[in-house]
Design a protein around this ligand. Structure first.
Ligand code: SF4
Ligand code: SF4
Length: 273
């Protein structure tokens, strides 16, 4: 059954230049290692436009105040999201923040961006908080490929390396998408396109996440960082070809700005990275 995209600036092209979103940087820790990750909290730096960057980390109480001011400015339809700078689900502060917002503003449009490792374990909490939108980054559905992007994960206090860790990550991502979509959430999947590592594999990701219940697909070009800081980015032609190849599986979102973890405002009115 076709699901209508919510009026959300990262999930609906018509909303991209009309709806505001706020990212609350309350989640510094991550539970996996992506080779391209350049997560950094840098005071007074608001000009580096890429995921994982924030000027500072907010406490849940500070985040509530920020969300309150934001909704006063932009209205109750604004999206209140948590997108790091680490993985939101790996930080208790995410759940504290969402509980405060849910208590103060029942029915607020809350959203999360996650790697999905903890999604099956936390879905009940997210449902109780009435989370409606979820954005998951899935960089492959083959452990042999994913291990070259994510060399390790940490789960239940254990660090698991290589294809074994990648297999657990993929398994949790697929189960998480099935459960979230089954619970009525709108699920967008992002895939970071890494030339010569997963670029040929992106249509397989689109097909697998569609089968699991995702609603929208968002391939984004690698922003070189971390141990891939010298890696090349895919070109526009490559990205356009990949988007075309994926359209047979899912609608494709094409306007993603790959925002900072403390981004605020209307994404379609902001400068690109
Ligand atoms: Fe939600 Fe992610 Fe968009 Fe932020 S970037 S509003 S958390 S989908
Ligand atoms: Fe960095 Fe995000 Fe990957 Fe975690 S999931 S290592 S924060 S890119």
């Amino acid at each position: 059954m076709k699901t209508t995209a919510p009026f959300h600036p990262c999930m609906n092209h018509d909303a991209h230049s009309r709806v505001a979103r706020l990212h609350l940087p309350v989640a510094p820790r991550c539970n996996i290692q992506c080779r391209f990750c350049s997560r950094k909290v840098t005071p007074h730096d608001t000009s580096t436009h890429c995921p994982g960057r924030a000027e500072r980390i907010l406490t849940p109480g500070q985040a509530l105040e920020k969300a309150r001011n934001f909704m006063e400015q932009w209205g109750r339809d604004a999206i209140i999201g948590i997108a790091g700078p680490g993985d939101p689900l790996a930080n208790a502060e995410t759940f504290e923040t969402l509980a405060l917002i849910h208590g103060a503003f029942p029915g607020a449009n809350i959203c999360l961006c996650t790697n999905g490792l903890l999604l099956p374990d936390t879905l009940g909490q997210l449902r109780a908080l009435e989370l409606r939108h979820l954005s998951l980054t899935v960089n492959g559905v083959s452990p042999d490929i994913v291990q070259h992007i994510t060399p390790w994960i940490e789960y239940n206090g254990r660090r698991i390396r290589g294809a074994d860790g990648a297999a657990i990550l993929i398994d949790h991502q697929m189960n998480g998408i099935r459960a979230a979509s089954g619970a009525g959430m709108f699920v967008k999947v992002n895939t970071v396109v890494v030339p010569r590592v997963n670029d040929h594999h992106v249509p397989a990701v689109a097909a697998a996440v569609q089968a699991a219940g995702a609603h929208l697909f968002n391939p984004v070009p690698l922003i070189p960082g971390g141990s891939l800081s010298s890696h090349s980015r895919p070109g526009c032609e490559d990205m356009n070809r990949i988007r075309e190849e994926c359209r047979g599986s899912l609608p494709v979102f094409e306007l993603c700005k790959q925002c900072r973890a403390d981004a605020e405002g209307i994404p379609g009115r902001e400068a690109c990275a």
